[in-house]
Design a protein around this ligand. Structure first.
Ligand SMILES: Cc1ncc(COP(=O)(O)O)c(C=O)c1O
Length: 492
């Protein structure tokens, strides 16, 4: 009688061990076989492995060769099928603020930041609770601000937008439509020179009867009854990186704080910002400009409602795919309290600034904006400057158009001062672009400054608008047009 019993016991033990092994494999070992996601993963890795010589990328949604292999999209000055050919004579692009400086971080964290999206992922306009936004993403955003210490979010509302660009206009709409009930005149929208010119471009494009862009904030500063004034305060500022504060005060003056650069890679964080409306964006935080995702932290409930309504009227909410991507990358940013991510961003920008400053420090012709080292509450130390842009000034009297000087003499493209409401004696150079763009920019500026140094022995007694002759040593004269050296002749 004992035999069948022990047989059952052995079977039971065997079954238990087998099931435990299965459970371990499924839930602990996490090595279950991929099914429908395998193909997507293979496609993603196949495209990522296409060699573009380190000077370009192939993308899943890029053009394909013979309908199959995705084609390399090369950096500005590289060409050929694998981006291996340097295009000599190509212009150094320091124009738009395309934030590709963070690309190496994301390539280094490929496995953590990759995303597989099922074909049926959030197909509906809304979630089951009729919401347009991911509550989990909102929670992550609040956590991020708390960890970085750059903004107060407790008791504040958060509005999602298609990039900060949409939210800037949503905020103006919310503040100006508030005013229009009590007054028929449109609100005056102002900003301090030099200012990010998209404010003006956007206002003028939409031509609302609720607001009108009036330019320089300092013109309104002294008006005591500054009614219906909306001021854009960009802090840190684009283009000069200064931590600006509102200029216009008064009961009816409202400020929209554009804080897209208020992150440890661009500035010291002295204190958590506590403004009524603060706007942030993925583009300048993680570099994912193409995802078009931003958020506003808003104190007042009615402003929050109006801004939310604006995003619904404009766009019926924000892409759920973009929200998912934002959540994924914010999870990586948050790892280890943000140290890895912000240290990478800060060190990259600090080194870029240091290299550029070293080159221009020996020039008498060009100067840069100044920064003092500042204590950063995030890094818990005094840190060196690491701005997103160089605000370059041409110091020579005759160099009135600094953009043209750099373009004609160094083949470097920036953005001219007048695009920021300032003099054309200034030019903005973007430092947040790809490594290729930055390296070429440095190389060209280095050459320009070396030429300046080698011709420093020149003595130009008189420099008229069009033509000048300069003494070169004792025996030669060099002829100049307003910008270009023409030829050298012997002194008569
Ligand atoms: C000061 C400032 N605000 C807003 C933006 C727009 O950012 P987004 O890509 O989030 O629309 C930029 C872009 O360069 C910027 O410099």
């Amino acid at each position: 009688m004992a035999k069948p019993q022990s047989f059952y016991l052995v079977c039971l033990a065997f079954s238990l061990v087998f099931n435990l092994l299965l459970i371990f494999k499924l839930y602990v070992g996490r090595e279950w076989e991929l099914s429908w996601s395998r193909r997507a993963a293979e496609e993603a890795e196949y495209v990522a492995a296409i060699s573009c010589s380190g000077h370009g990328k192939a993308y899943l949604d890029g053009l394909t060769l013979d309908g199959k292999e995705p084609v390399c999209e090369c950096s500005s000055c590289y060409g050929g099928p694998h981006c291996s050919e340097f295009l000599t004579g190509c212009a150094a692009n320091a124009g738009s603020g395309d934030p590709l400086f963070l690309e190496p971080f994301w390539m280094h964290h490929a496995s953590k930041s990759a995303l597989v999206v099922a074909g049926w992922h959030r197909m509906s306009y809304t979630s089951a609770d009729q919401s347009y936004i991911s509550a989990e993403l909102e929670r992550h955003i609040r956590k991020l601000h708390a960890i970085v210490g750059n903004a107060v979010t407790g008791g504040r509302y958060i509005v999602f937008g298609a990039g900060s660009t949409q939210l800037l206009n949503a905020a103006v709409h919310a503040l100006s439509s508030h005013n229009s009930s009590s007054s028929s005149s449109p609100a005056s929208v102002v900003a301090s020179i030099p200012y990010y010119n998209y404010y003006q471009i956007q206002m003028e494009f939409f031509r609302s009867r609720d607001y009108v862009f009036r330019g320089d904030a300092s013109l309104l500063q002294n008006i005591s009854d500054a009614t219906n004034v909306i001021e854009f305060v960009t802090s840190p500022n684009n283009p000069d990186g200064q931590l600006n504060k509102a200029n216009v005060q008064g009961p009816n003056a409202k400020a929209i704080y554009d804080r897209v650069y208020y992150w440890p890679h661009f500035t010291a964080i002295p204190t958590p910002a506590n403004d009524d409306i603060m706007i942030f964006a993925m583009s300048k935080l993680t570099g994912h400009a193409g995802s078009r995702f931003g958020w506003a932290v808003v104190k007042d409930e009615s402003v929050f409602q109006k801004m939310t309504m604006y995003t619904l009227m404009d766009n019926m909410g924000i892409s759920r795919d973009a929200q998912l991507r934002a959540l994924k990358v914010l999870n990586v940013v948050l790892e280890g309290g943000g140290k890895d991510f912000f240290e990478f961003g800060y060190n990259t920008m600090r080194k870029r600034w240091e290299k550029l400053s070293n080159i221009l420090s020996v020039s008498n012709r060009f100067s840069l904006q100044k920064f003092a080292p500042k204590y950063c509450t995030f890094f818990k130390k005094t840190r060196e400057p690491s701005p997103a842009y160089a605000w370059v000034k041409c110091e020579r009297e005759e160099d009135k158009d600094c953009y043209a000087v750099l373009q004609e003499e160094a083949n470097v493209y920036g953005l001219s001062g007048s695009q920021f409401g300032a003099e054309d004696r200034f030019v903005r150079l973007a430092l947040i672009r790809s490594q290729d763009d930055f390296d070429l920019l440095l190389q060209r500026l280095n050459q320009l400054v070396s030429e300046e140094k080698s011709s420093a022995k020149l003595f130009c007694p008189r420099f008229e608008d069009k033509l000048a002759t300069c003494l070169l040593g004792a025996n030669y004269i060099q002829h100049f047009s307003s910008r270009t050296r023409l030829n050298i002749t012997k002194r008569p």
